[in-house]
Every structure is written in structure tokens, then in C-alpha cells.
Design a protein around this ligand. Structure first.
Ligand code: BTN
Length: 322
């Protein structure tokens, strides 16, 4: 964190003289630093002899504000990178992961020009309307369990939304978080693994926060927190809750695999007990089934005309829903 920002406690003034002493800088140099931070968007106020104070702007996702609000031990404690516009927060994190970035590195943006979705699709959202973030973790998980990170991320998203809004989202297997049966968030986890360990996992999450309406195809399939709550939700509060929940769920699966979070996940499932259409990613034709349960690895157990099957990766839609 910028040294000046870390010296300024929230909403409280500290004299210019004290700042100069603590930073070993002249008054002119402190002033220049203050101006630079203001240009970046920080609400730094000065009041004559009282000195300087940092005010926490609501909703702002600037790194020092996020750092001051975080209660995590790991997520967001590596570098936090913020850019108003970026190609994709996942692409940025993957690049940093390849260069050796630390566990807990976080990338946040207001807008993506090439946002990535599942199955090679694009993920679009208007500037400042969503919470767009990717978290780099170096989890202690064997490669065969890498897919459980996706389920953990969905559970963490549902819990963070509930804590921040009081609404109770459900999860369409494997990782679509729904409110009123419509998609609220998209999750894309990209992992790189060695023979026996996941080397890096980029957990990318986009949550629709401020959209007032959706048009075209999305009108019946997508929703936002504004649409559901009728008020603006503070994205920084949501982000901090999200990071704390991701950290908790990932630590649970590091210790006990999917079984450690399965009860919580199943309680929030929109899929289990429903008639679903399963579209295999292999390109085989789709078929109808009953979604029965999840097994200890997080695979979906379905019943097709009396025959039990295990689905590991497929597009599943719920009859009468999305
Ligand atoms: C889906 O298809 O449902 C997954 C969408 C994932 C979108 C998020 S937004 C933040 C992160 N960066 C990306 O490029 N994609 C993910």
C-alpha cells in the first residue's frame, strides 16, 4: 500500500509536519504525493493546520480503499492491481501467475474489453456496472480436484451476496449464481497444474451490480443486484465479503475436498430435484434427466430413464428456467 495512504487513518486528520517526519519527505514532496493520489481518484482532503485526511469513497474499488476494508488472511493480500479498463482480469492474473505472482494477487476493473466466459464465450458488461475481479491462488489441491474450485467460488459468491444484500441466491450446477431464477453472476476458474498439484488457479467472477435493465436475449435470463434490491449495493463491501468467503471455502476444500462444502452447496442448489436438459460439452446431442444429487467430487448425479449417470462437465439447464 502507498506509505502515505497507510499513515492516514480513515476520516481523521494528521498534520503535514507529522507526515513529513514519518515519510522523511519535505512538505513539497508530500504535497506532490497527495496530488498524484488525488489524480488516481483517492478522496484526500486537506484542512490548513489540521493537515490531511483520507475519506473512504463509497463503492470505490481503488486498491488502498480495498486493502483498508479487507478482513482476509490471504485473498487480496498479494498485490492488488486496479485498472479502469482492461482486456480481461482473468487474462491479467494468468499472465502474472506465469511470472510468479504471489498467492492472493487480485485484479479489479471497471470494464473489460475482452471479458472471457465459459466454453470460449465472451462476457460483456458496461463500464462500472459490475464487480469484475480475478483472484490468483496457489491452492494446495491435487489436479483431479481442480474443478471443485469452481463450485467453491459459486458458493462463496452466493454467500457474499446474501451477507451484503439479505437476498438468498441459488446455484445452478456447476457455478451459475441465480436470483429470481436469472443469472446474477458468471464465474470462470482457470487452472494450471503440475502432475500432482494445482500450480495456480485464477478465480474470475463478474457480478451484475448496477444494471437497471437488460435488453435482447438477456432480458429473460440475466438480473442484477439493483434490479433485485431496488437500491445500489456498494461494490467494495461486496468485494470484501466475496474475498473472505472465497478464502474460507477454498481453505475448506484444501483440507477436506468437495465433501467439506457439499452440505452448504446442496442447500443452495437450484438444480437438484429438478428436470434438467443436459448438453454434453463433447457435442453429443442433449437429453432430459432428473437431477438427483451431487457425489463427493462435486459431479452431478442424474437419472435418465431409470439409469443413474454422473455428469462432470456439461451445460445443464433447468426446465422452465435458464
Ligand atoms: C460465464 O460464462 O458464466 C463466466 C463468466 C466469467 C466472467 C468473469 S468477469 C471477471 C473475470 N474476467 C474474465 O475475463 N472473466 C471473468
Amino acid at each position: 500500500m502507498d506509505e502515505l495512504i497507510s499513515l492516514l487513518s480513515d476520516n481523521d486528520y494528521i498534520s503535514g509536519e507529522k507526515l513529513c517526519l514519518s515519510l522523511g519527505m519535505t512538505r513539497g514532496a508530500v504535497w506532490k504525493r497527495v496530488e498524484k493520489l488525488r489524480r488516481e481518484g483517492y478522496d484526500l482532503r486537506s484542512a490548513g493546520k489540521r493537515g490531511y485526511a483520507l475519506f473512504l469513497s463509497p463503492d470505490s474499488l481503488l486498491p488502498a480503499y480495498v486493502q483498508k476494508s479487507l478482513k482476509t488472511r490471504r485473498a487480496g493480500l498479494g498485490d492488488i492491481y486496479y485498472q479502469r479498463s482492461i482486456s480481461s482480469t482473468n487474462a491479467w492474473c494468468k499472465e502474472k501467475a506465469a511470472q510468479g505472482a504471489k498467492d492472493g494477487t487480485l485484479c479489479i476493473s471497471e470494464e473489460q474489453t475482452s471479458g472471457r466466459g465459459r466454453l470460449g464465450r465472451a462476457w460483456d458488461s458496461g463500464k462500472g456496472e459490475s464487480l469484475l475481479m480475478s483472484l490468483l491462488l496457489r491452492p494446495n489441491i491435487p489436479p483431479e480436484n481442480a474443478h471443485t474450485l469452481t463450485l467453491a467460488a459459486a458458493l462463496a459468491t452466493a454467500k457474499a451476496v446474501e451477507e451484503t444484500t439479505g437476498l438468498r441466491p441459488l446455484i445452478k450446477w456447476p457455478n451459475d449464481v441465480l436470483l429470481s431464477g436469472k443469472k446474477l453472476s458468471g464465474i470462470l476458474v482457470e487452472t494450471a497444474a503440475d502432475m500432482d498439484l494445482v500450480r495456480s488457479a485464477v478465480i474470475g467472477i463478474g457480478i451484475n451490480v448496477r444494471q437497471r435493465a437488460f435488453s435482447g436475449e438477456l432480458r429473460n435470463t440475466a438480473t442484477s443486484l439493483f434490479i433485485e434490491c431496488g437500491r445500489l449495493i456498494d461494490r467494495r463491501e461486496l468485494l470484501c465479503a466475496l474475498l473472505l468467503n472465497i478464502e474460507r471455502e477454498v481453505e475448506l476444500i484444501e483440507l477436506g475436498g468437495f465433501s467439506a462444502i457439499s452440505e452448504d452447496y446442496i442447500r443452495r442448489s437450484a438444480t437438484i430435484g429438478k428436470t434438467v436438459t443436459v448438453k454434453p460439452v463433447s457435442g453429443e446431442s442433449e437429453y432430459e434427466a432428473q437431477a438427483v444429487s451431487l457425489d463427493e467430487t462435486g459431479a452431478l448425479i442424474i437419472n435418465v430413464n431409470g439409469e443413474k449417470r454422473r455428469v462432470v462437465s456439461a451445460e445443464v439447464s433447468i426446465r422452465g428456467g435458464i
